[in-house]
Design a protein. Structure first.
Lengths: 315, 297, 531
């Protein structure tokens, strides 16, 4: 077990290192840098000024040196300074994390509380009209672009309620707090709920076919007891894995949803920083996202292994 | 990877289905949702192919006299702020979405197959290397990677296809690798080896055809998500640039300005995206049921 | 003596403006909530070249002089003192002296003196040790030899030649006085001013907060307790926010005409004004390479434009046709209509113009069987992209098949500088309705912002002539002549001058939107809320 964990941790580091190289190189391929953008506002570039600024920002160093400087800083907890705001990148990124985390947490909660029960229901009633209807609903959930859903929600809430959920860091009432977080969370969570439901359904089905369930049934256990006691307990395992997959899935949805609802979280910040060619922000944010995904996957695997004794710690 | 035996299935259902047409109708009933999905997909493909014939206007033609017209007999889906016909733009937009969907799925899948085969068949350091690359690509959300890629490559149709294809590679490679590993141990591969067939030939002649079923299932499932990713990229202003009538682009920026004056500008492209993705998802689901019975529900 | 007269007029205007505003007794208190259209690159107005900087940060500062904040049409006659108590031109018109206000304090408690004035303009002229990262309006001070001080409360601008326009430039929202004791880098992140509001915080892509300066030198002002900007880049989300009452005011001059209709139907009580913004949508032409090195092709392009169609599509009819200078009524220097219509392409009969254009194209070797293939480059921003789409459609009428080439902001300027384009769609905003600013910046041979490299030494002489002309009527005639010549040369065809809307809730009082600039009207010291 220990050897397995150590090996996984080592591979995690390799992955993160690879990501850092890829993201760094990709950003250097991007045509145009922050200096071009800053001067763009001025309407012209003085070559000497441009060279000075590039030097000041360390952009004229050889690419390997730039990379080493970044990684060196990162290992000491120094993320560098945002090119645009000139504030420490950490200071720019940190306060935005809880906002996105809250949103993601609510979206996961939403998707689990809708997806799991509906998935079970669908599996238990396999082949019935209810199952059909639920499958169609979940598929259409996966088909709706979350930004479109967000736009429709905004449109509807303004024309019907004369009011809209716009982000406010200090919500005055509970209703406002609910609107600010829960409505966007639902817009994102809708797709995750559909995904959760599908996976719950199929893993539930698989378990319902297992021998011990049949045995339980043969012994005369009631349907409800079999379905909800024996089967669901075991079906939860694969659902945990889904959360791992969803961590990555959610971030994509959060990017567009934070844009639509104007929520100043990390996801939208990434798009903005990319537009500004604010390398220190983009690099560190992408690394942050990667760390989250990698750690979540690792934790899920460990959890899975801890719960399910059948898993062997090999490859 | 046994492909389902239709004849057996037909017999079991008690249908007198020796005739080709009957077989089809039986299958259509058996997999009703999948058939609906297939029909939707075929309709979209037909729409894209015949866009020039069935669109009533040039999708780029500006008409200052008929701006923001509500849907009517002349403009079925209304017009946008430039007086461009929304119906014609959606039809031409189908080309973009399909080009991106099919293009990036095909590109991602073929690279994924090569990587997966090589990784599963050759093992050793090749496998190790490819595995790590797959790990890396899978640790970044699809949209994040595509965002950075389009920013790096610049917004154009081929670049968007590449940007969306690359994140697909690991998903495909993983499945192909797992299948290849399983197949390698099977007797017929052993047999091929014993008669002195080259590794390369075995991989392509024997292993690849047997991984086709899961590949098709996977590719169809990915098709919808590539269309959605393109729409999201375009919505964020990093996808296919104007003047191409991409569905995602039609929903972004300036279109969103007219959200309440001209709701048809938001409603129709959104429906087009959702319907196209819904179609591929339905079809993909049925295909999985048919080709990959282990997952079957 | 003129200066005395100007001062008197200015004082009168100031008083009369006060009369109007005092019709209701202003109430103190309240935080004005606005949205901001994007996240400005920094908090330093001098290093910005967009009014995204002026709107949120102008309330922090004061100028030497400023355009009266309650007269929409900025002109030299509406200039009023701010940090200066008075000003005077020397007899040879080559020295402009300001007497400064006593007892003004910076937000950090230090006293404001003439040294701060000198520091600010030395920085702008590139004469000081410290440097701006970028200095987009350096050319405004090309005619200034140096700034000298006499004691703590007098500063003089010494000019190379007479330039009456200098005073107008100094009165722009772009010309705040910066403190000597704060570095340019700090001014980008934590600006210190003397103005009615103090800087609290600026969170990129999120918000900008200002709070009341209780020690403001105008006693009793400002009325507001603070101003908060929420950054909302998505226009429709922003408008929805205003309509639903989340914001007291929209971002100034950012509500497009179609959105305005939306606002009016959703929030019938909102007060909205539409004013010209002195932003010209124009075409930059690469005349150094084929095909546009051929004057015939350039003329054909000018003749192909259906300006009315642009205006009806983009502004629902609410925009103006003109030359380089902003059209009347709001514009001070516009050519008379009769003169304008004699310029090729400005005549009312579009079909006749295009017929003529096709003849020119045929002369250049193109025709129905041989179309000219080009790209129209522009930035990936709707206000740039949208007119480009229409332009491409119109070029079809004169055998030109154009393709849109959307360029990322980071690459746009380098691309233009490399001359890697044939036609570009561009927007030119003018901070001050002043020929010196427009002509030198956009058309003089050596200007960095003359993207097209249009260079005509004859015309350049006329630029200097009008600039040093002290008789306003004579100067106006000269400006008309220059403007007409620039259009006939197809130096940079002007498609239209935009108008935009600003809206606020009925309880917001004393907001005036300028009619010939979007850069100058945001001091907000006497804005108040009846709540």
């Amino acid at each position: 077990m220990l050897a397995y964990i150590v090996r996984r941790l080592f591979l995690m580091l390799v992955t993160l290192f690879g990501i850092s190289v890829i993201i760094f190189v990709l950003l250097r391929i991007v045509p145009g840098n922050i200096v071009d953008i800053l001067f763009d506002a001025a309407g012209y570039v003085d070559p000497a000024d441009k060279a000075n600024l590039e030097k000041e920002l360390g952009l004229s160093d050889p690419i390997v040196i730039q990379y080493l400087k970044w990684i060196g800083g990162l290992l000491h907890g120094d993320l560098g300074y945002s090119y645009v705001s000139e504030k420490p990148a950490l200071q720019e990124i940190l306060p935005r994390i809880p906002i996105t985390a809250r949103l993601a947490g609510l979206a996961l909660l939403f998707s689990a509380s809708i997806g799991i029960p509906l998935g079970v229901l669908s599996a238990v009633h396999q082949g019935t009209r209810l199952d059909y209807a639920l499958r169609v609903v979940s598929l259409s959930g996966l088909s709706l672009p979350s930004f479109w859903l967000g736009l429709l929600i905004l449109m509807a809430s303004v024309s019907m309620l004369g009011w809209m959920p716009i982000y406010n860091p200090n919500p005055q009432t509970w209703a406002e707090a609910f609107a600010i977080y829960c409505i966007p969370a639902m817009a994102v969570g809708f797709r995750s709920a559909a995904l959760t439901m599908r996976i719950t359904r199929s893993s539930m089905l698989e378990i319902l076919r297992q021998d011990y369930i049949r045995t339980a049934r043969a012994k005369g256990a009631s349907d409800a007891s079999v379905n909800y006691h024996h089967a669901l307990k075991n079906a939860v395992l694969p659902v945990i894995t889904v959360i791992g997959i969803e961590a990555a899935f959610l971030i994509g949805g959060l990017i567009v949803t934070e844009t639509v609802f104007n929520i100043p979280g990390v996801a939208r910040f990434l798009v903005e920083a990319l537009r500004w060619r604010d390398y220190p922000i983009v690099q560190n944010l992408v690394m942050f996202i990667a760390v989250v995904v990698v750690v979540v996957n690792f934790t899920v695997d460990m959890l899975y292994a801890a719960i399910d004794p059948r898993i062997r710690y090999g490859d | 990877m046994a492909v389902i035996n239709f004849d057996a299935e037909l017999k079991r259902a008690g249908a007198d289905a020796t005739h080709g047409w009957r077989r089809l109708t039986f299958l259509a009933q058996r997999y009703l949702l999948g058939t609906i999905g297939l029909v939707i997909m075929v309709l979209f493909v037909a729409m894209a192919l015949s866009a020039d014939l069935i669109s009533r206007y040039d999708p780029l033609a500006v008409d200052s006299a008929h701006r923001l017209a509500a849907p009517n007999a002349l403009h079925w889906f209304g017009t946008d702020s430039f007086g461009r016909d929304v119906w014609s733009r959606i039809i031409h937009g189908a080309r973009i979405s399909l080009a991106v969907g099919l293009g990036s799925t095909a590109l991602g899948a073929s690279i994924g197959v090569i990587v997966g085969l090589a990784s599963g068949y050759l093992s050793g350091w090749v496998d190790l290397l490819f595995q790590r690359i797959t790990d890396i690509l899978q640790s970044l959300p699809l949209l994040v990677l595509a965002l950075v890629m389009t920013a790096a490559l610049g917004p154009s149709l081929p670049n968007v296809i590449i940007a969306i294809a690359i994140p697909l590679i690991p998903t495909v490679a993983r499945v192909i690798r797992a299948n290849t590993l399983a197949l390698r141990e099977l007797p017929f591969v052993e047999a091929a080896k014993s008669i002195g067939m080259s590794e390369m030939r075995i991989a392509f002649r024997h292993v690849l055809p047997n991984t086709l079923a899961p590949l098709i299932v996977l590719a169809t499932a990915q098709l919808g998500s590539t269309i959605l990713t393109e729409a999201s990229l375009s919505f964020l202003g990093l996808g296919i640039p104007e003047p191409y009538p991409s569905w995602g682009r039609m929903l972004s920026e300036s279109a969103a300005e007219y959200v309440r004056v001209a709701p048809w500008l938001v409603i129709f492209p959104g429906i087009a995206i959702s319907l196209a993705v819904f179609g591929t998802n339905l079809f993909g689901d049925a295909l999985r049921d048919i080709l990959d019975p282990r997952q079957r529900g | 003596m003129r200066s005395v007269r100007a001062l008197a007029v200015a004082a009168l205007c100031w008083l009369s403006a006060y009369d109007v505003s005092l019709a209701e007794t202003p109430k103190s208190g309240g935080i004005l909530r606005m949205y901001h259209r994007d996240s400005p690159g920094s908090a330093s107005i001098h290093e910005g070249a967009s009014y995204s900087f002026n709107v949120p940060f102008m309330p922090i500062f004061n100028n030497l002089v400023i355009f009266n904040q309650h007269i929409p049409q900025n002109s030299v006659d509406t200039i009023v003192p701010e940090l200066a108590e008075s000003w005077a031109w020397s007899d040879d018109k080559k020295k402009l002296t300001f007497k400064l206000r006593n007892g003004v304090k910076w937000h950090d408690g230090k006293s404001f003196t003439s040294a701060d004035v000198k520091c600010t303009f030395d920085l702008l002229m590139g004469k000081s040790q410290q440097k701006f990262r970028q200095n987009p309006r350096k050319s405004w001070y090309d005619q200034v030899n140096d700034v000298t001080i006499n004691g703590d409360y007098e500063a003089s601008f010494n000019l190379k030649r007479p330039q009456p326009a200098l005073l107008s430039l100094l009165a722009s929202g772009y010309s705040p006085i910066y403190p000597c004791h704060v570095s340019p880098a700090e001014m980008r992140t934590k600006p210190i001013g003397t103005g009615p509001f103090k800087f609290v915080e600026f969170k990129a892509n999120e918000s900008i907060k200002l709070t009341k300066n209780p020690d403001y030198f105008r006693k009793g002002l400002p009325y507001l307790d603070g101003i908060e900007f929420t950054i909302v880049p998505n226009r429709s989300t922003a408008i929805l926010g205003f309509v639903s009452g989340k914001f007291d005011m929209t971002f100034p001059t950012e509500v497009s005409i179609p959105l305005l209709k939306d606002v009016k139907s959703q929030a019938p009580n909102a007060i909205c004004v539409v004013e010209p913004s002195n932003v010209a949508t124009n075409i930059i032409i690469n005349s150094s390479a084929p095909p546009f090195d051929n004057l015939d092709v350039r003329r054909a392009l000018a003749l192909a434009l259906d300006r009315k169609a642009f205006i009806s599509i983009l502004f629902e009819g609410q925009a103006d046709i003109g030359g380089t200078m902003q059209p009347a009524q709001a514009g001070l220097w516009a050519m008379p209509k009769e003169m304008l219509e004699t310029i090729p392409g400005y005549g009312p009969d579009v079909n006749a113009n295009r017929e003529q254009a096709r003849k020119l194209m045929q002369k250049a070797g193109y025709g129905p069987d041989k179309h000219l293939q080009i790209k129209v480059s522009t930035r990936n921003i709707p206000i740039y992209r949208d007119p480009a789409i229409i332009l491409i459609d119109q070029l079809k009428t004169i055998y030109i098949d154009a393709e849109l080439d959307v360029v990322d902001t980071a690459q746009w300027f380098p691309k233009v500088a490399r001359k890697d384009y044939s036609l570009g769609l561009n927007l030119t905003g003018n901070a001050v309705d002043e020929p010196d600013q427009s002509f030198y910046e956009n058309y003089s041979c050596d200007s960095e912002r003359n993207y097209t490299n249009y260079c005509n030494r004859e015309i350049e002489k006329l630029f200097d002539l009008q600039s040093s002309e002290t008789d306003p009527e004579k100067r106006k005639k000269l400006v008309w002549e220059i403007d007409k010549k620039l259009q006939e040369d197809v130096a940079r065809p002007i498609i239209l001058h935009s108008r935009t809307g600003t809206c606020w809730q009925p309880y917001v009082k004393n907001v005036t939107v300028m009619s010939n600039s979007s850069y100058n009207g945001y001091r907000y010291e006497d804005v108040w809320m009846d709540k």
